[in-house]
Ligand binder design. Sequence first.
Ligand code: CA
Length: 747
Amino acid sequence: MRQLSIVGAWAAAALLLAACGQPSSSSKPAGVTATQPAASAAPAAPMYGNVNATRLLAADAEGNSGQWMSYGRTYDEQRFSPLDQINTGNVAQLGLAWFADFDTNRGQESTPLEVDGTIYVTTAWSKVNAYNAVTGKPLWSYDPKVPGQWGVNACCDVVNRGAAVWDGKVYVGALDGRLIALDAATGKPVWSVQTTPPGEPYTITGAPRVVKGMVLIGNGGAEFSVRGFISAYDAETGKLDWRFYIVPGDPAKGPDGQPSDKPLRDIALKTWNSHGGLWPKKSGGGGTPWDAITYDPKLDLLYVGGGNGGPWPAEYRSPGGGDNLFLSSIIALKPETGEYVWHYQETQADSWDYTATQQITVADLNIDGQVRHVVMQAPKNGYFYVLDAATGQLLSEPKPIVPLNWSTGIDMKTGRPIMNPAAHYDRTGKGFLLIPTPGGAHSWHPMSYDPQTGLVYIPTMYGNYPMVATHQDDNPMGQKLLISMRKGFAMYDQPGAKRINEGYLQAWDPVRQKEVWRVSFGNGRGGGTLSTAGGLVFEGNSQDNAFAAYRADNGQQLWSLGAQTGIVAGPITYEVGGVQYVAVVAGSRLTGNFYAPNGSRLLVYKLGGTAQLPPQAPPPQQVLNPPPQFGTAAFIRRGEDQYNRFCGTCHGTDGQSRGLFPDLRYSPALTSEMLMDSIVLDGALTDKGMVSFKSALSKQDVNAIRAYMVERAHYAMTHGPGGMAAFRQLQQNAGRRRSGATPEASH
Ligand code: CA
């Protein structure tokens, strides 16, 4: 009910905004347009946010080549810039031109946009800032005021990956499911719509794209078993044009009245056998398209990446078997109508969080002496796919970018992966040490394609992760993965089990389907990549918390500068007044201390830049001060179970939050049952995102959790509190925050 009332208020606010801010066509005097001379009929280009189809289609032409006007720079999402003022010969002289601190201390994943000297960048909590691209002077900032408690619905922090700019407006998807249009000159809202069903745990973290005057927006929430869809809204008015659902709804509820009805009925529904499963209990199943949306003007097609299944083990969603379309699929649609054209499913009956939501890049490749128009993707499942953009047919045998173990190859006759039967972990408790992890061999971190080298530069993750299904029923709150963390992590201790956890920058030849070079980040991670005509690849990392440039042809590092924090986002480059700049958003969540600043800021570089970051403030000291241990061993164990089920998602496995959220071993609430109850049961910290767990936990449960945390605090006093190095050794990689993994690798 709490969520319903909040959403009701948003909906009312959205209506008000739409009514106030939307230019009303009926207010124009009749006949004015018709009597105006033809020459003045064309509206003047807006001073700010002047992006349209003509400019985007000619992104490499004079006047446009120095811009970064769309999430992937161009419609084809290659993240390649023709700028070459900064090049292999002079990149060593790159320095900081300016920086702008953000007012949030959370994960920063945004790709900035730069249009005619203005930067538009989103930050955590779906905020948007605009800056002068040369001086860094703030132009405006906008806060959609996402309620703090909505954070509990985000699988992977309250991040946002970017905005869209179109015809004088800036569009942002808010974490709580709103799509908001802002005036590019002022940051004032023009319209706002709730794109997701009120009260349901959907989130938006991905960037909108604008095609043919329509704003396209997806959503996340597969970990909560929501039903994924992509929507198209009129860019001027916010009116819904069409919606495409990725998975079927409850058949008893009838069609959705959307273009997805026919393909869901004709193709997808028969691939779900939910007898005894989700239906008719509820709709759902996942498939949330939370990142990749690519427009291909050559074929006039949209390519959308479908998400994973929810809950994770396929046998819970679809006990009778089946491929579960359109999970883990690239789906091609007609942009004007949302009409289905083709699909290619990469992982049938997904049980591994193997989304196909990763970046979809369009290019013309010379394959077997023929120029082919292709879509390329390096999805989580570890294969690299090159598909015919017109048909979705495989153009080459997909090869693994990491030594994956869930499949032994792709059957080129059927286009399906040849499964390793052992990968089908199930509720019998038989687990599988999966490679790559549910975080993927590659996730949302942008890759880039350099047409000069013909290589794709991938932020690659090589790791393994234990998958064990659980008998546990649906959690009344939080994520519903239905995998067992406790049984899973025990798998690492089995004889012969090797923990794998490595991140690297990988240069991949998409034609020969093989690696050309790589740069390892050890147990750290590389961020998104940018390619330029200067023969460079730019990438930040969380190994040495730096931003660096590499030779595109051989991976030699030519430049690097410390950023005081991990960088996971995708960089951009732009040119204003004859000067080339490179910009990237910094800010890792894994600071080790929730109360420490995490260096969230926009960093902008140019040749000879001399700006200096201020010295890093030391993190506030935390002191372990638990009360004496209480409760029996069984009581503490009960607390551990409940903690891992309801609290570990945010506060970390074993109580080590590593900075994402408060480390409860240090919490003053450990000293008082009453204080603990007021927070966990009565929701005293709701506005900070810590909602009440009254519907899920009893008073006894909460006290058992307190006993467990007290036990962990005493353990830390004698063995040390852990920290990042210990954490990496202990947990190694993985996909889910729930599982104490490296969350920036995840979604
Ligand atoms: Ca997922």
